[in-house]
Design a protein around this ligand. Structure first.
Ligand code: 26M
Length: 828
């Protein structure tokens, strides 16, 4: 009987239709005859989820039976994107579901649009985590992601009165059909309280007891993470905070019933909101509590699963478990795992340290000083008194080692300490992470170089073997196959196979075809099609009519000074003024040479980051002036697409000709959208920063437009500028004068414009502006030659195999986790 019951669900078209209609009626309890898209989307999602769940439970069972090493990816952020089409493709059921829905009167495309994009992250770091989950599943690694189930995701951005306005993103409003609540997976997490030293009367050993404080309950929600065309199905477990009253009913017995419940209810808001910062770390108490809540629940869960197997001794943990810390956000895992091993498992310090150090690894994603997490020591002491004691001990032992290696170098000791001797004292989470982990990795060559040469130089000198580079990668199945079906069809047609979907290296063969006129025609038609779709999207969201034959020049990412959207919009203003002067001087030959362009911006500014919000205002002001100036005809349009997120990116990236990645050298750790754009046949206009440099090596200098100071020059300039004030580029001076004079509306944007003065120009906009304009000119000239341009885009797309997250995950597996893929087969 069990054999009969354990077969997988049927997947013929009729069975899929039955399952969808049944979920409308029985799961959602809605009339199956009443036709509404939302119900049919949800029912379809649940029908797909059913088919994931059977693989998911089988995978977990298989992994336990094989006792293979597992990877746990700890991240406070995930930007999953929509799941419906991804899950269907993974199951190889996309066409059948599309056919099933068609007969029910729905297109898969329209139902796709019903899905809300869970914005549980703020930018590149969260999206990277999601790409990693997909590759881990596809490559048959047994890996779980852990994160927080924020009730409100990253805010929704609307443009009101020509500025950003933030609205709460209550993404769970209609329910999230991909998750499964796990009321049986609950842990208590303690915060606050006091520590007490207790001498064991028998052994005389001093033990530390953590007493009092408040308990919060963590409950898990699971989202299955399917691999592409494999049965392997991993898990993403997200924690939500709950009142812990169910756990200690005793305290209500003193008549304080309501007071007790009220107090317990205070724990609910802990996971309410995601901090909307990217590359910035506000030292907020709630954030530290979120981090600890997340880490404690996760580690309790990992240890519980580990200990279920009777053969597992704790000392063996590093051979069976790898924990990856995504940035320092979960770095409190180091003292928390120590605490669990010391206080709950009664291990000695040496054994506990050996386990922690060999299990954990840390990825750094930024060198921006304002993004480095440091916590006031009194705050740590208040919330996590036991952990502070452990941190002191870790620091004490570590600094003794530093003193042994570098006797008579107290400055080095002070620089490397976890505790900064300021007022108040601060706890440096990056130092804690480096000391507590066996590997530290940067996310692009130049970035890792900077970690070793400057930010973590002392640590690199002490432990050079600890530092590795693993250049980021992106999931090409989402960013090519799913986001750009037109391009995928052209590629598969010309290669005569779909095998590139598994192995991006197969794209190399396209290079030979890059000048083939028929292939070029298909490629150009595909690009035209994607640009028309983007043009329709722009019409809908911005109410601006744009010409799909113009060059689509795209700059989309979080708004940040170092990403220099400001420099871009100054360049746009310059282009506009130049067109006007050509018109005024009746230089018609030169006017004919001007490449018609649509400049597309999108991105969110942190709500408290006023400079970034001013940049959005300036972009909108300049866009309004240009778009309503009938003199320039269709030569230039500028749009700011609101509410940039994963699904908006899936429309924008395939429709782009040129994309800008123009951060000041040394500031963008890697960048990942640069890779996505290249994969979609868009050429990069890039600064000498992050992964741009490695992309240049792969695609070749002729197929990318690079400009500006490199990291070394930036460093020298930053020190010399204080003494030597260079002249502002004449073109830049002209543009800023026009902005101040009110050419782009009544606001004069004084503080933005003042930031260009050499003494204020931390991000080298003034210095790089000239070479930036030259790079733009080179790209214009290239665009005027369609065959050459097309060949460049083909070669650059065909050169992307290194930038697949598959390559990246294999490197983590080999260099850091020491894990092998498994060979899971279905039970029969
Ligand atoms: C910290 C404290 C409190 C609240 C928020 C934060 C915080 C959140 C996100 C700080 C930084 C955060 O993200 C940094 C980030 O996204 N870094 C980007 O990581 C990408 C993936 O490695 C790189 O490609 C980008 O270059 C890098 O900027």
């Amino acid at each position: 009987l069990w054999k009969l019951l354990c077969t997988y669900l049927p997947c013929d078209v009729l069975s899929l239709q039955k399952s969808i209609v049944q979920h409308v009626e029985y799961t959602l309890a809605r009339r199956r005859y009443k036709r509404d898209k939302c119900s049919f989307y949800q029912a379809t999602a649940i029908s797909v989820r059913d088919r994931l769940i059977e693989r998911w439970t089988d995978t977990q069972q298989y992994l336990s039976s094989k006792d293979s090493k597992r990877v746990y990816y700890l991240s406070l952020e995930y930007l999953l994107g929509r799941n419906l089409q991804n899950a269907m493709s993974c199951l190889a059921l996309r066409n059948r579901y599309a056919a099933a829905l068609e007969e029910l009167g729905y297109s898969l495309e329209e139902l796709t649009e019903e899905e809300r994009d869970p914005g549980l992250g703020s930018g590149g770091l969260g999206r990277l985590a999601s790409c990693f989950l997909d590759s881990l599943a596809t490559l048959n690694f047994g890996a779980w992601g852990y994160g927080l189930r924020y009730k409100f995701g990253l805010f929704e951005q609307r443009l009101i009165s020509k500025a950003q306005a933030e609205f709460p993103d209550f993404w769970l409003k209609e329910g999230y059909p991909w998750e499964v609540e796990r009321p049986d997976v609950q842990y208590l997490v303690r915060m606050y309280g006091e520590v007490e030293d207790r001498v064991d009367p028998e052994t005389g050993e001093v033990k530390v007891a953590w007493k009092g404080g408040e308990d919060v309950l963590a409950e898990g929600f699971d989202i299955p993470v399917p691999g592409f065309h494999t049965l392997n199905t991993n898990n993403l477990r997200l924690w939500t905070s709950k009142a812990s009253c169910e756990f200690d009913l005793g305290s209500f017995n003193d008549g304080q019933y309501y007071a007790a419940i009220e107090e317990k209810e205070r724990s609910e808001p802990l996971t309410s909101v995601l901090y909307p910062c990217d590359n910035n770390a506000p030292g907020k108490e709630l954030r530290l509590r979120q981090q600890y809540f997340f880490v404690s629940a996760t580690l309790q869960d990992i240890l519980r699963r580990y200990k279920k197997s009777p053969s597992h001794g704790l000392l063996d943990l590093p051979n069976k478990v790898a924990i990856q810390l995504n940035e320092t956000h979960p770095a409190i895992a180091i003292p928390e795992l120590m605490r669990l091993l010391l206080d709950d498992e009664n291990l000695c310090w040496q054994d506990a340290w050996h386990i922690v150090h060999n299990t954990c690894a840390y990825t750094n994603h930024t060198v921006m000083p304002e993004a480095l997490e440091i916590w006031p020591l009194p705050l740590v002491e208040q919330i996590l008194p036991r952990h502070l004691r452990i941190i002191y001990e870790i620091n004490h032992q570590f600094l003794s080692e530093v003193r042994r290696r570098w006797p008579g170098d107290p400055q080095r000791v002070a620089r490397m300490s976890i505790i900064e001797e300021s007022e108040p004292k601060m706890v440096k989470m990056a130092h804690l992470a480096i000391i507590g982990c066996h590997k530290v990795n940067g996310v692009a060559q130049v970035h890792t170089g900077l970690l070793c040469k400057s930010l973590f130089r002392d640590f690199y000198e002490m432990w050079p073997e600890k530092f590795v580079n693993i250049t980021n990668g992106v999931n090409h199945r989402r960013w090519m196959l799913q986001a750009n079906p037109a391009m995928s069809a052209v590629i598969s047609k010309w290669l005569g196979t779909h095998d590139w979907v598994h192995d991006l290296g197969r794209l190399e063969r396209l290079k030979e075809l890059s000048s083939n006129p028929e292939f070029q025609r298909d490629w150009q038609e595909m690009k035209r099609y994607n640009k028309r779709k983007l043009a329709e999207f722009i019409e809908r969201t911005c109410d601006v009519d744009v010409d799909a034959d113009a060059m689509f020049d795209v700059h989309v990412k979080r708004i940040h000074e170092y990403k220099r959207q400001f420099m871009n919009i100054l360049g746009v203003a310059y282009r506009y003024l130049r067109i006007l002067s050509l018109l005024a001087e009746e230089k018609f030959d030169e006017l004919r040479q001007v490449v018609p362009k649509v400049v597309i911006f999108a991105g969110k500014a942190a709500p408290n980051y006023s400079v970034a919000k001013d940049v959005i205002k300036l972009i909108i002001a300049i866009a309004d002036t240009i778009n309503s100036d009938t003199r320039i005809g269709g030569l230039l349009k500028v749009v700011f697409i609101p509410n940039y997120n994963v699904s908006v990116a899936e429309v924008i990236i395939p429709g782009s000709d040129l994309s800008q990645h123009i951060s000041t050298a040394g500031f963008e750790a890697s960048g990942t959208s640069n890779m996505k754009f290249c994969m979609n046949g868009s050429l990069l206009l890039g600064s000498r920063d992050g992964a741009n440099l490695e992309i240049e090596q792969s695609v070749g200098r002729a197929n990318i437009f690079m400009f500006g100071a490199n990291t070394k020059e930036v460093r020298t300039l930053q020190t010399t500028m204080q003494y030597r004030k260079p002249q502002l580029d004449g073109r830049l001076a002209h543009v800023t004068q026009e902005i101040r004079s009110g050419r782009f509306g009544p606001t004069s944007f004084d503080s933005l414009v003042d930031s260009l003065l050499p003494e204020n120009d931390r991000y080298m906009v003034g210095h790089d502006f000239g070479s930036y304009l030259e790079a733009l000119e080179v790209s214009d000239a290239a665009f005027r030659k369609p065959e050459e341009w097309t060949a460049k885009t083909i070669v650059s797309c065909a050169s992307m195999s290194r930038f697949s997250s598959d390559r990246c995950i294999r490197e983590y597996a080999e260099k850091i986790w020491n894990v092998e893929p498994h060979q899971f087969r279905p039970p029969n």
